[in-house]
Design a protein around this ligand. Structure first.
Ligand code: ZN
Length: 303
């Protein structure tokens, strides 16, 4: 069994309106679902992605308007990278500056051009302009994001996590540069997991402006069950299968402490509203519909 790549990345935002505006207007992603955190229905959960919210394109946020800023560190994802067309970083630098975002200088990493920046809550993002070309899947902006390139995980020691990625997830070692090692999954989107070894690093604190978890793809519930069985065999504390409406999920921590999820491709975001109207209405799972009035009254208004 080989993992195909990232399904979605979930991070924590502060102001929900600022989050909606940045990911839709600045990054040109589509809001494909507006719902609440199923484990905490008093806060929004926004999903952004390509037009359909295809696995491998979906960045999601819990919005904690009164939440404290988190702290980056080891045991946490250090950056989430989107793939953009070759030669588009100049366009993106100018575009981001128009949204009061100051991007980093363009650097080279494993043959790709990379530009880093932070979202309005301080979340570290990267744009990767690959040498291999990228087919734009969203027509919103000229340099359109084509889904995830991958994630970088900060680790005190990378050995145990590296072994987990190769031996359990079936990823391939794709390169080593300084304290960064790259592992690749089999799929076309979100295949890269970079491990950054920071021996003197202090542990991060997950809150506003940090990633909450990284979800990897399972084709179907059968494959997810096989992953679950393999993790149990390895003695990993993994949750039971949870119904997230748009996918089924299991969660566990990788050896370095980052929260991982394995999520099914199906049923997807068109399960409870038409594909043409994704993100238009506040959607609640069936078990929270009875509390809709109370939940809506408690949520901050957004446009
Ligand atoms: Zn998730």
């Amino acid at each position: 069994m080989r993992v195909q790549g990232i399904h979605h990345v979930t991070a924590i935002a502060g102001n929900p309106q600022g989050n909606l505006d940045f990911y839709r207007q600045a990054l040109g992603l589509r809001l494909v679902k507006r719902t609440v955190n199923f484990d905490d229905p008093g806060s929004y959960h926004f999903y952004f992605g390509d037009d359909a919210g295809a696995p491998g394109t979906v960045m999601t946020f819990f919005a904690w308007p009164a939440g404290q800023r988190g702290q980056g560190g080891v045991g946490q994802p250090a950056a989430t990278a989107f793939r953009v067309p070759p030669g588009s970083l100049g366009y993106w630098a100018e575009r981001l500056q128009g949204f009061d975002v100051v991007p980093s200088e363009v650097t080279e990493r494993f043959g790709d051009e990379v530009m880093g920046f932070r979202d309005p809550d301080g979340l570290r993002l990267e744009l990767v302009a690959g040498a291999h070309g990228a087919t734009a899947v969203s027509g919103v902006v000229a340099g359109a994001i084509a889904g995830f390139h991958g994630v970088t995980l900060a680790e005190q020691r990378i050995e145990a996590t590296g072994r987990f990625l190769t031996e359990t997830f079936g990823m391939e070692v794709a390169g080593q540069s300084g304290n960064r090692a790259r592992f690749l999954a089999s799929g076309p989107l979100g295949a890269a997991v970079d491990l950054l070894e920071l021996p003197a690093g202090t542990r991060g604190r997950t809150a506003v402006g940090t990633v909450h978890h990284v979800a990897f793809r399972a084709r179907d519930e059968e494959e997810q069950a096989a992953w679950h069985a393999r993790l149990v065999d390895l003695g990993v504390h993994v949750t039971q299968v949870l119904d997230r409406c748009y996918f089924r999920s299991i969660y566990f921590r990788e050896p370095g402490g980052v929260l991982f999820e394995i999520a099914t491709d199906a049923p997807g975001f068109a399960v409870d509203e038409p594909a043409s109207a994704l993100g238009g209405a506040l959607k609640l799972p069936p078990w929270l519909e009875g509390r809709r009035a109370e939940i809506e009254a408690a949520l901050p208004a957004v446009r």
